[in-house]
Ligand binder design. Structure first.
Ligand SMILES: C[S@@+](CC[C@H](N)C(=O)[O-])C[C@H]1O[C@@H](n2cnc3c(N)ncnc32)[C@H](O)[C@@H]1O
Length: 300
């Protein structure tokens, strides 16, 4: 079940990055199939603790029967609130393996994959009433253009947005097939898969508010980590990685931190390594690993 649900990427590197103390308290904010969580539990002693988050109810099927473990079905943007709620003020390490699981991609009706015909959905949290349908059918043209341009880095963002707004007046765009037909002129056969993947990525990031959630989460890591505690975070696209990199370097997402009178800057983290990417062997065995980038940092 677990191996089918998701094959963990950079498993040992990411967990090594946490520098686990057997009696420490750790958080896995993207539980999924629990591959990383199981590896953390292996390295914890009897008094260690692991708290995991996943906003997708499907992940609850992989819950681990272990008294050191707690799985919370919530968005990691509420990290601090739910840690406090369960009685944890500070922790020793936080692991994040962002984006979508193989399970979410592989279940056709979730609507994440360009491989299947499905209703426009893409919600990780299916209690939300905000889906790909909402973005495609309700967003104003300028909002759609921004989504395609900012999150899909699509050169034809403006044309795509215009065409969607025009066509949806005739008929609502309810399925992946309809969306593909509407945008047909932007999908030349030799680039169809690549461009569709960019379109899907853009809509998915918007539906799940992935950038906002990541920023809110990163800012809280500083508040909940003990000094010397680690973050070990895997990103799968440059928008995410840029935020993680800048946060580790500067403690902020834009601009540069202010210097004090001695020209020193105060930043919350120190990078442990530049970054780690999967080996050729791992990518050969698990194609999903191909775009992964792991960054590890220690709280000062
Ligand atoms: C790449 S998978 C993680 C796989 C996991 N490391 C494993 O070994 O099986 C990402 C998981 O994080 C969850 N997720 C993504 N963004 C989230 C968020 N903002 N809050 C909570 N869970 C999130 C997804 O639902 C998905 O199950």
């Amino acid at each position: 079940m677990v191996m089918e649900y998701h094959n963990p990427v950079l498993l040992h590197e990411t967990v090594d990055g946490l520098n686990i103390k057997p009696d420490g308290i750790y958080v896995d904010v993207t539980f999924g199939g629990g591959g990383h969580s199981r590896e953390i539990l292996k390295r914890l002693g009897p008094t260690g603790k692991l708290i995991a988050f996943d906003q997708d109810k499907d992940a609850l099927e992989n819950d681990i029967d272990d008294e050191r473990f707690l799985l919370i079905n919530q968005n990691f943007r509420f990290l601090k609130k739910f840690l406090r709620f369960h009685g944890y003020k500070t922790v020793d390490g936080i692991l994040g393996d962002f984006g979508v699981s193989s399970h979410q991609f592989d279940v056709a009706e979730r609507g994440f994959s360009t491989r299947f015909e499905a209703d426009l959905d893409m919600r990780m949290n299916r209690d939300s009433n905000f889906s790909a349908y909402t973005v495609v059918n309700k967003y104003e043209e300028a909002q759609l253009r921004n989504v395609f341009s900012n999150y899909g880095e699509l050169r034809s963002a403006a044309g795509m947005a215009r065409l969607i707004v025009e066509k949806r007046q005739e008929e609502k765009i309810k399925t992946s097939e309809q969306l593909k037909n509407v945008l047909g002129r932007f999908l030349p056969a030799h680039k169809e898969n690549k461009i569709l993947a960019q379109i899907y990525q853009a809509i998915r990031i918007e539906v799940n508010q992935e950038i906002e959630a990541l920023k809110e989460f990163l800012l809280q890591t500083n508040e909940v980590l003990e000094s010397g505690g680690r973050i070990s975070l895997i990103s799968y696209h440059s928008l995410e990685d840029r935020l993680v990199k800048r946060y580790i370097r500067n403690g902020m997402f834009e601009g540069e931190p202010e210097k004090d009178v001695f020209g020193r800057v105060e930043v919350p983290f120190k990078a442990v390594e530049k970054f780690i990417i999967p080996s050729k062997e791992e990518i050969k065995e698990n194609n999903r690993a191909r775009s992964a980038k792991l960054r590890i940092a220690e709280k000062l």
